[in-house]
Every structure is written in C-alpha cells, then in structure tokens.
Design a protein. Structure first.
Length: 339
C-alpha cells in the first residue's frame, strides 16, 4: 500500500464494517424498506460505509471495483433525494450484487490475491431489448438510453423488431396487415423469426462485432409473449426456432416495461385515430394493425407471458414499472443496465 493510504488494519476494519453494513441493509430492505423512513436512512448510512471503503484503495484496485462503486454512490444519492419512486428490485440489486462484489474485490487485494477482473469497467458491446405491451414506452425509453450512451461516448445503434432491414420491413408489413386475418399462429411466429434472422445477420451482429451497443424495441421476448400457446406453440419450440434465427446470440438484458393493460391500451388509443378527407369533409376512423385488433383478454395474456419470462430468467430479465413518468422510468433503467 502507498504511504498516503490508511494503515492496512484500518482498511480491513472498513471492509468488515462494509460487509456487515450490506447484510444489515439487505435485511432492512427485505423486511420493511418502503414502510419505515428510519430503515431508508439506515440503508443510506450503510451504503456510505461501503462507499467509504472504496475511496482508500490503490488506483489498480479502484479500476476493478469502479462499476459497483458507481452503482453504490448512485443508489445512495437516489435514496437520499428521491426514494419515493425507487423500485425495490433496483435497491436489492445494489445490496445483493454490486456491494458484495466490491467488498470481495477489496478483500482479494488485502489478501494479496489477484483481483478478479469481472467488475472492471467494461466497454464491451451489449445487446439490450425493451419489450412489453403496446403503449408502455418502449421506443421512448430506447431512445433515452441511446442518448445516454451517446453522452458517454459509447457507440450504439437502435433497431425495431420486426423491421429495420429492407426484408424485415416487407415482412413487418405482411404481419401487421389486417387483411391477412387467416394467418396461422405458427406462420406468424416463423415470419417474425425470418425478419429477426435478417436483422441479426445484416445489422445486429455486425454492430456487436464492431463494439457497438445494440438497443432493440421488441425481440424474441415478444414472440414468447404474443405467439406462445397459439396453434399449440410451446416455449421450447419458439426458443428452438429463435436460436437458429439469431445464431444463438441472445440479448444480455431484456427490460420488460410493465403496466396494467387498461393503461397501456389507453395510451395508444390516439394512435388508432386517422383523419381522412372525403367529399363530405374530414372523417376520423379507427385503424388498428392485425395484432392491435385482438381482444382485451389476449393482451392480458400477453402481459402475463412477459412477466412469466422475467420470473423464469431473473439473470437476463428485469421488470420495470412503466406506469410512471418517463424520467423516473429512465432512471431505473440506467441503474439496472449499469450505465
């Protein structure tokens, strides 16, 4: 250690205090986090203890704990200034994943062991998907995330599924055209996968290979929500076809923007209204695509399918409460996406 660093014994004490603080903060959050303001304050104080330990390690160690340290500092600031809108799962991620990782890396340093590089700042390309029912804010949040990455000088591209490529847009037009109401669900599923295969080959994989982040609104998660069960389609069948279509390149993170179906449908109601000029003046008609025309019960099932995916794969999915202002939702997304 450098002469400017605190004595090693003091740092060891700080790390041990940080570990105990994490355990206690996690217990508080799990038990009663949003009920008692005292518990919120206690979590804030314990996050400060954890963050303090990171300030007194050499630069090479700080590099390996930079990501969890920034997450801790960010969460401490959010809790201290606006914790009414913080989702519990975001707090839980910091307390159960990032803070323990940081303490573990400092312990490795104190023990003279090689420090694990897994939490070093990572500029590696990532594939992130926004999904959920119509009207939940996917395109808005995708664009906000891309702007955030641009501000941080991280190259990224934004794609929509199905579409983006010439072939994909042609397939999209077929899929959404209400005239094709005879289309079987297996045909529908395969068309979505065909558009996806083209976009993966032409757009997504080359971008990832070039080190760019890829942000997509909708992907295979949509097929597992909208087409699951139709014509007897199973999760295993859909995933098997998807794996071929996307060449095994699944997203690192899928963000499900969730809200009640009634709310999501009301948000897009205005989109369905189209004005046309006739001999008798202007006329307003309701125009929906083939998927939007399906009954309320269908869209309720779709929402349940999205939530089931997130429950089954918690390491790759996160559910975001989308029934809030875009700014608050965006803040939670940045915390979850670790950017």
């Amino acid at each position: 250690m450098k002469e400017t660093d605190p004595p090693e014994l003091l740092l060891r004490d700080m790390v041990e205090n940080a570990r105990l603080a994490i355990d206690r903060a996690g217990s508080l959050a799990q038990a009663d986090f949003f009920v008692s303001p005292l518990h919120q304050d206690a979590v804030i104080r314990r996050l400060e203890i954890v963050g303090e330990a990171a300030r007194f390690v050499p630069a090479e160690v700080r590099q390996c704990i930079d990501l969890p340290w920034r997450k801790i500092v960010s969460m401490r600031h959010i809790l201290a200034h606006d914790y009414d809108d913080v989702s519990l799962y975001v707090v839980w991620d910091v307390l159960t994943i990032h803070a323990p990782i940081m303490v573990s890396r400092i312990r490795e340093y104190l023990a003279g062991q090689p420090i694990s590089p897994s939490t070093a700042p990572d500029a590696t390309a990532r594939f992130i998907v926004f999904d959920g029912n119509e009207g939940c804010g996917k395109s808005t949040q995708a664009k906000l995330l891309q702007q955030h990455l641009q501000d941080r000088k991280i190259d990224s591209i934004l794609v929509r599924d199905p579409g983006t490529t010439r072939v994909g847009e042609l397939i999209r037009a077929i899929l959404l055209n209400p005239d094709h109401d005879e289309m079987a669900m297996r045909c529908e599923m395969l068309l979505y996968m065909a558009a996806r295969a083209q976009m993966m080959k032409e757009i997504i994989q080359p971008a990832l290979d070039a080190g760019k982040w890829v942000i997509s609104y909708r992907f295979v998660s949509s097929t597992l929500a909208y087409q699951l069960g139709g014509d007897g389609l199973t999760i295993a069948e859909i995933k098997a076809v998807a794996d071929i279509a996307i060449g095994g390149r699944w997203p690192e993170l899928t963000l499900i923007l969730d809200m009640p179906v009634e709310m999501s449908r009301s948000r897009v109601a205005a989109k369905f209204l189209h004005k046309t000029k006739t001999l008798f003046g202007e006329e307003t008609k309701e125009v929906k695509d083939r998927i939007e025309m399906r009954e309320h019960a269908y869209h309720t099932m779709v929402r349940a399918n999205f939530l089931a995916q997130a429950k089954a794969l918690p390491d790759r999915y996160r559910v975001i409460d989308a029934d809030r202002t875009p700014e608050v939702v965006h803040r939670d997304i940045l915390a979850v996406a670790e950017v």
